[in-house]
Design a protein around this ligand. Structure first.
Ligand code: ADE
Ligand code: ZN
Length: 341
């Protein structure tokens, strides 16, 4: 184990841009929330939960992940979940995080969308005032559901927009990718764009490069979440580099979901060295075995990333963040300082 690498990574200021807040539900919290809410889990112990985290693909993970999210019922539950993530992120010197959240996972269980917003935003606002932690919220539509359902979710959330204007800046697209191309959501993303929301979308995690084209051309995504299959399309690679489209790559996620058999075979370094704006993120860290620093460290070790490349990836995170240029400059200055120590 290279302790100097661990130390170097931990103290680099970072931005996390691909993080599902529901994916930060650690087994210990799953048990404590189940108890608080009078629910019985289908697991006898925390160890048994971790034992169940053996996934063969994205869907095998999503089945476990949506079942686990059922313990989230009250505003306090969403607050506690979010605050626990923030504390871990601060320990990794994350300065800014853009959190995905999936309202449909909760409204389908009759949890009001107001409860979801209030709990997550309450923790993020407290983190801002107590620790100076910067954040944004990105509402994701579940792509295995219909576009009509996505429209209904947007309509349900819109009355909350003014109350959460400091945090809720964008919409995204997640859940089972294959068979649910971006074009299925053309209408609802057009509406979100007209309303002035920032746009991101998962694409090219398991789905083909054509889904990345669809996310860019039809949804007008400003960032691509994952995007690792772009490598299969040289023309797309040139476009992503030329247009500086950020890819929010999640190495441990790709490993756990068998997108790659080993981190040594991850194409992150190849994408970076082809001039793409690659960032590193943790996706669903409670399920995939590591938060953002663990993703940096394990990718750096497996792919022999240089210190300069590690700093470039951290820099890309700030370059791709939905913040003002003044704020961005302050973090980039801090990053340069930390990198030169
Ligand atoms: N929801 C949570 N994690 C996801 C992932 N990696 N891909 C698609 N949807 C998700
Ligand atoms: Zn994701």
């Amino acid at each position: 184990m290279d302790f100097s690498l661990i130390d170097f990574v931990r103290r680099l200021p970072k931005a996390e841009l691909h993080l599902h807040i529901e994916g930060t539900l650690e087994p210990e919290m799953m048990f404590s929330l189940a108890q608080r809410n009078g629910l019985i889990l289908p697991y006898a112990s925390v160890d048994e939960v971790r034992e169940a985290y053996r996934f063969s693909d994205l869907q095998s993970f999503l089945d476990v992940y949506y079942a686990g999210a059922a313990v989230l019922q009250t505003e306090q539950d969403f607050f506690d979940l979010t605050m626990a993530y923030v504390c871990r992120a601060i320990a990794d010197d994350v300065r800014h995080a853009e959190l995905f959240f999936d309202p449909q996972t909760h409204t389908a269980r009759n949890v009001p969308i107001e409860t979801v917003f209030a709990g997550i935003a309450g923790a993020l606002r407290q983190a801002r005032s107590d620790y100076g932690f910067s954040s944004r919220m990105i509402l994701c539509f579940l792509r295995h559901l219909s576009e009509e359902d996505a429209f209904a979710t947007l309509d349900e959330a819109l009355p909350l927009r003014a109350e959460y204007a400091d945090l809720w800046v964008g919409v995204g697209l997640d859940s089972g990718e294959v068979g649910n191309p971006p074009e299925k959501f053309a209408g609802v993303f057009a509406k979100a764009r007209e309303l002035g929301f920032r746009i991101v979308a998962h694409a090219g995690e398991e789905g083909p490069p054509s889904y990345i084209h669809g996310a860019l051309d039809t949804l007008r995504a400003e960032r691509i979440d994952h995007g690792v299959r772009s490598e299969e399309d040289p023309e797309l690679m040139r476009r992503l580099a030329l247009e500086k489209i950020p890819l929010t790559v999640c190495p441990l996620s790709n490993l756990k979901l068998c997108v790659v058999p080993h981190l040594r075979e991850h194409n992150l370094a190849k994408l970076l060295r082809s001039g793409l704006r690659v960032t590193i993120n943790s996706d669903d860290p409670a399920y995939f075995g590591g938060y953002i620093s663990a993703n940096f460290i394990q990718a750096a070790e497996a792919l022999a990333l240089s210190r300069d490349e590690i700093v470039q990836i951290a820099r890309n995170g700030f370059l791709a963040a939905f913040v003002t240029d003044d704020q961005r400059s302050l973090w980039l200055r801090d990053l340069d300082r930390a990198a030169s120590l």
